[in-house]
Design a binder for this molecule. Structure first.
Ligand SMILES: [Zn+2]
Length: 153
């Protein structure tokens, strides 16, 4: 764990994905980046094109010219954590848990899919409680190695 340049907390988790690429994910504020996310870089531009307005507003550039965004964490079959809101000044962390797809609904989903995100049971958390929103989807019950597979940077 290292210091997060965004929130100043010491819960920033770094992982070398390949020899060249390292990702960073802060458990405190939920921000993430990678060594490919450089200011003005191609990947940042692509991310901006694909991101909702709120994520663009919340973009953060650290001193080393890395571009950070709030992470969307998806745990297949368990739930999802994301940021939810209207603007930079009006947003919260949100967690939704997965529920079983009912027999009569199965036709609406891809074959073999057994759970869906239940938006009706969405829970909101304060900005600095990203970790609690992860806990709400039982994120800490699984191994670190699995976690990165579900992390959408
Ligand atoms: Zn942070």
């Amino acid at each position: 764990m290292s210091i997060c340049p965004h929130c100043g907390g010491n819960a920033c988790y770094e992982q070398a994905v390949t020899e060249e690429v390292t990702t960073s994910f802060c458990f405190g504020c939920g921000y993430s980046t990678s060594t490919l996310m450089t200011e003005g870089g191609e990947l940042v531009n692509k991310t901006l094109e694909a991101s909702p307005e709120l994520y663009k507003d919340l973009m953060f550039t650290s001193e080393d010219s890395r571009v950070w965004f709030p992470a969307t964490v998806t745990l297949p079959g368990k739930g999802m954590v994301f940021v939810d809101g209207n603007s930079k000044d009006d947003w919260k962390c949100a967690a939704v848990t997965s529920v079983e797809i009912l027999e009569e609904e199965k036709a609406k989903f891809p074959k073999g899919q057994t759970t869906k995100m239940d938006m009706k049971n969405i829970k909101h958390f304060e900005k600095e409680d990203f970790m609690e929103s992860l806990d709400a989807i039982k994120f800490f019950d699984i191994e670190v190695a699995e976690k990165d597979g579900g992390q959408n940077v």
